[in-house]
Design a protein around this ligand. Structure first.
Ligand code: IPE
Ligand code: IPE
Ligand code: MG
Length: 255
């Protein structure tokens, strides 16, 4: 059964009335760099944190829609290892957001059979952030629907260095031979070990860079960029990204 694109249809006056998504061609794993919160707020004369708050509401909408569409994994870049450089006030606010998000939204996630996961260096997060996120992970651990994977204090280079250390330790302790180190062995030591690689990467706000996000895992993903700031992103853009994705030709180096 083809999936209609109700949001895109409502919003657009172009001739997209007949656009459909093919369920078979939906990406299994979508990763999003949710960027532009600060500029969105600034353009409205508001403090940057107002943009983060608004961005949180967009997260809810997109999670809901991704779950309804039957997407398997949604990875959201929420805080990078470089974002600690920001003013303390902004960092403190960002560290409170997961708790606020989960306070109001965890019951719906549970009802929707969503499983909350994280990637990143969990240890460095403040206690209150860890507690809220861990509770959500524990309470959704047996759910079998959408995997909602938050990249929190995540940095791809840090992830790879940690993986290299773990592999080196295994060699040192005689558990594996150097000859046994291959792509699959390395992949098994990344935060994403249990997750399929992203099929589609979306970045909002007009920037076209990875900002230390999933450098290894995105080797063959399709990229989709929009100038729209994250707080203005909605289901219609998500539909457009999925539609464009299903019309890409993935060759993986073949012909
Ligand atoms: C993305 O929006 C959210 C985080 C990085 C936490 P930004 O805060 O980077 O907003 P801009 O890019 O400065 O507009
Ligand atoms: C990437 O956005 C990180 C997140 C969205 C969490 P940034 O705003 O930190 O990236 P740069 O600094 O523009 O590359
Ligand atoms: Mg940014």
């Amino acid at each position: 059964m083809p999936i209609k694109l109700p949001f895109l249809k409502n919003k657009s006056n172009t001739n997209i009335q007949n656009l459909r998504l093919d369920k078979e061609l939906l990406p299994c794993h979508v990763a999003i760099i949710m960027d532009g919160n600060g500029r969105w707020a600034k353009s409205r004369g508001m403090p940057r944190i107002a943009g983060h708050k608004e961005g949180m509401n967009v997260v809810k909408r997109i999670v809901r829609y991704a779950s309804d569409l039957g997407i398997d994994i949604l990875t959201l870049y929420a805080f990078s290892t470089e974002n600690w450089k920001r003013p303390k006030k902004e960092v403190d606010f960002l560290m409170k957001l997961p708790m606020e998000f989960l306070n109001t939204y965890l019951p719906e996630l549970i009802e929707k059979n969503v499983r909350v996961e994280t990637i990143g260096d969990f240890d460095r997060l403040p206690e209150h952030t860890k507690k809220a996120v861990q509770e959500a992970k524990d309470r959704t651990a047996d759910n079998t629907g959408l995997i909602l994977n938050f990249a929190l204090n995540y940095g791809s280079r840090n992830e790879m260095i940690e993986a290299v250390k773990q592999v080196a330790k295994q060699v040192q302790e005689g558990e594996i031979n150097i000859q046994d180190i291959d792509e699959s062995c390395f992949t098994d030591h990344l935060f994403t070990a249990d997750l399929k690689e992203p099929d589609l990467l979306i970045r909002t706000s007009g920037e076209q860079r990875l900002s230390n996000f999933l450098l290894w895992q995105l080797a063959y993903s399709e990229f989709w960029f929009t100038d729209v700031f994250w707080p203005d992103f909605d289901e219609s853009y998500f539909e457009k990204a999925l539609y464009d994705y299903q019309n890409r030709k993935r060759r993986y180096g073949g012909i």
